[in-house]
Design a protein around this ligand. Structure first.
Ligand code: URA
Length: 437
């Protein structure tokens, strides 16, 4: 095989010409081994971010990144095992509700998940609010949790897609995070390396999503599905709304409480609806259910308390204290709560959900730097949301403070700066926009 001419590859991609399979494969292999320096990879990433990639190039990039490390091939070890991925949002606790709910219907589900990124919360951070919960599992522990409880959520192990870890760190500092082919290869290399039987993608759209505009969200969903072609993992996507926070709670411990409340049948309707839509698709993809029997199985799992029981087993299987299900005081609790009052009567017409997410991060619920320590008790309760009618003086939100002192007036002012009020009820946006296969 001829030696890769890195300079020539960079020059060609800069001019917008497609790279061939061998060039992409060798570039990723040699970069992962440390034979291509960061500055040349950065140049390639920028050329890709500017000029894009063909579907073929993107598939090759995804495959090369997934082959840079371990491949678990879970679908060959399990009769059927599901996976789920969300592109991230504010108050997005869908994975937490979905896992025990689907497991209670007899379908095993496992995820290698991430921590908070930018303004979005992280599933692993939320789980780590549970005393004792271990989200850093070995492959053996991952399998054991499924054996014990039918579900598992863990951080990606070192061995999964090491090329992505190196490339992601470079993208973060070279302005190349927002690139459709790079996002696609990053997400799908990790998902396909785990190798579930089926994957449901929750692609968010709106002011709190990474892809704010509908057409961009749809393009990402289509790109993620295309990257899995021929992989053996069946992939479907739902485009769901993130133009307002999902549910009431955004933070960590408060989202665990909201998750348990949904499993008890008392949760916010929007969380239940978005989770249910994805759970139905997950059950149908298993081949053991059709739409009607999936919906009936999910109702039964919730109404009988089996989904809640499954959550107890799951928390215990990953080392957490299952007593939190019945006693929320075992979770980190806010030291103070600030009530935000409506400054006028009328309707809430918009919550800038990106700003709401940044505000939540700023309270300590997320990280601004990789080594920041999460304050699990901190967060926001969005008691009144877009479309709600309010009277001046009504409590529209509660800001939950963990450790450290904060100025209540300043926080209230900042909260009100990203909420818009008006005289007319805004047009309702659907929660589920589109289903793509
Ligand atoms: N999540 C990922 O894993 N990678 C991206 O590039 C964006 C979101």
């Amino acid at each position: 095989m001829s030696e890769l001419n890195v300079y020539e590859v960079l020059n060609r991609k800069r001019r917008g010409a497609p790279l061939d399979t061998r060039e992409i494969e060798q570039f990723i292999e040699r970069y992962t081994r440390g034979e291509i320096p960061d500055y040349q990879m950065s140049a390639l990433l920028m050329a890709i971010a500017i000029n894009g990639m063909t579907a073929e190039e993107m598939a090759t990039l995804t495959q090369s990144m997934l082959r840079s490390g371990d491949q678990w091939h879970l679908r060959s070890e399990y009769d059927f095992i599901a996976d789920k991925h969300s592109t991230g949002g504010v108050g997005d606790k869908v994975s937490l509700v979905l896992s025990p709910w689907v497991a209670a219907c007899g379908i095993p589900i496992g995820m290698l998940s991430g921590r908070g990124l930018g303004h979005t919360g992280g599933t692993l951070d939320k789980l780590e609010a549970i005393p004792g919960f271990n989200a850093r599992l070995s492959r053996e522990e991952f399998d054991q949790s499924i054996a014990d409880s039918g579900c598992v959520i863990s951080t990606s192990t070192e061995g999964i897609a090491p090329a992505d870890k190196k490339i992601y760190a470079l993208r973060d500092v070279t302005g190349t995070v927002e690139s459709l082919p790079l996002i696609t290869a990053s997400i799908m290399s990790k998902k396909l390396a785990m190798g579930a039987s089926a994957l449901i993608l929750d692609v968010k759209t709106g002011s709190g999503a990474f892809m704010r505009h509908y057409q961009d969200s749809k393009a990402l969903a289509q790109s993620l599905i295309a990257a899995a072609a021929g992989s053996g993992t069946r992939v479907e996507a739902l485009i769901t709304d993130m133009d307002r926070p999902l549910g009431v709670a955004a933070g960590n411990a408060n989202e665990i409480i909201e998750t348990i409340e949904v499993l008890k049948g008392n949760g916010p309707a929007d969380v239940e609806e978005v989770t249910r839509a994805q759970a139905v698709r997950t059950l149908v993809m298993s081949g053991k259910f059709d739409d009607a029997s999936a919906a009936a199985a999910l109702d039964d799992a919730l109404d009988s308390g089996r989904a809640l029981e499954q959550a107890r087993k799951w928390i215990a299987a990953q080392g957490g204290d299952p007593a939190i299900v019945d006693d929320y005081s075992l979770l980190p609790e806010p030291r103070t709560t600030i009530e935000v009052k409506a400054p006028q009567s009328g309707f809430i017409t918009f919550i800038d959900t990106y700003q709401a997410g940044m505000f939540t991060v700023d309270l300590g619920a997320g990280r601004k730097k990789a080594d920041d320590v999460i304050d699990y008790a901190a967060g926001v309760m969005f008691d009144r949301k877009t479309g709600d009618e309010v009277r001046a003086g009504d409590t529209i939100a509660r800001i939950q403070l963990g450790s450290g002192h904060r100025d209540a007036d300043e926080l209230t002012k900042r909260y009100l700066a990203f909420v818009t009020f008006g005289d007319e009820k805004p047009e309702e946006r659907p929660l589920i926009h589109e289903h793509l296969v």
